[in-house]
Write a new protein. Structure first.
Length: 279
């Protein structure tokens, strides 16, 4: 997903990382769904964003969860089973780019984060000056008004993302949606046409790491692949100790993908079935 200019998702994305950095600095732990719920409360949905998708998740909440994958690709956020962590570079980015559009432009373009920016947790949105707060909350040019009271939608979205049985205790140290999921998932195979030698059966190439999608309970990765034949497996937790091939078989035969033209391919891995789908 390419985040368009003047998108309210941009402000929520920066706020999410800023809040995470603040919690890290204070030594407290917060679930990812709670971080995003607070970001939505700070930058309310407009009418279009408030539309409910399947599962009761507002369209704007879905956009925000998808956008967080860009933070991972930029190296500003690490998603792990125990929760999310803002990297030092991500914390510097929050300080260096107070404007949400500049923040997202730097994130997508890979622009270096100024080293001189202080590495410290930024102020929470409610602590910012009224002038700065108003700037970050400014809606894009749109006829759709912002909702004044998104609390119910925020709560329902957070519940949908972190849905758990009512008789199960909620683990405040991590998003409940991470239960029974691995620390990481990655592609490993013959991706040399795209990444050169670094893409040949790599175990740690960042561009081949999957992103966790809580609303689908799947691990996702999208690549623009040149025409050709690709063989690959799924690596779990960054090593060959746990890998899956065709039909979700552990240590099984390689998956194969045949492309007759250059194609954008989305890989979807279900850790429950250990199998993968491409589209």
């Amino acid at each position: 997903m390419v985040i368009a200019p003047s998108n309210r998702t941009n402000a929520r994305l920066r706020t999410t990382l800023a809040l995470l950095a603040e919690h890290q600095a204070s030594g407290s732990v917060v679930a990812p769904s709670e971080l995003m719920a607070k970001a939505v409360a700070d930058v309310p949905f407009d009418d279009k964003e408030a539309e409910l998708l399947s599962g009761g998740v507002p369209r704007g909440f879905k956009a925000l969860t998808t956008a967080t994958s860009k933070l991972v690709k930029a190296g500003w956020l690490v998603k792990g089973r125990s929760g999310w962590t803002a990297t030092d570079e991500g914390i510097r980015a929050v300080a260096a780019f107070p404007d949400p559009e500049q923040f997202v432009d730097a994130m997508v373009s890979g622009a270096p984060v100024p080293e001189q920016a202080e590495v410290h947790a930024p102020q929470a949105p409610e602590q910012l000056s009224e002038e700065t707060h108003a700037s970050s909350d400014q809606a894009p040019s749109s006829d759709a008004p912002a909702l004044d009271a998104p609390a119910d939608l925020v709560d329902s979205a957070a519940e949908a993302l972190a849905a758990s049985p009512t008789d199960s205790p909620v683990d405040s140290s991590a998003d409940i949606s991470w239960q029974d999921q691995p620390q990481s998932v990655a592609l490993s195979g013959d991706f040399s046409p795209l990444f050169g030698d670094a893409g040949h059966w790599s175990t740690d190439l960042r561009e081949l790491q999957f992103d966790w999608e809580p609303t689908e309970n799947l691990w996702l990765q999208t690549l623009q692949l040149p025409a050709g034949t690709y063989q690959f497996k799924i690596l779990v937790n960054g090593s060959w100790e746990e890998n899956y091939g065709r039909f979700g078989t552990r240590d099984g035969a390689n998956h194969e993908l045949h492309l007759i033209t250059d194609t954008t391919v989305t890989f979807r891995f279900d850790y429950g079935t250990k199998d993968i789908r491409t589209s």
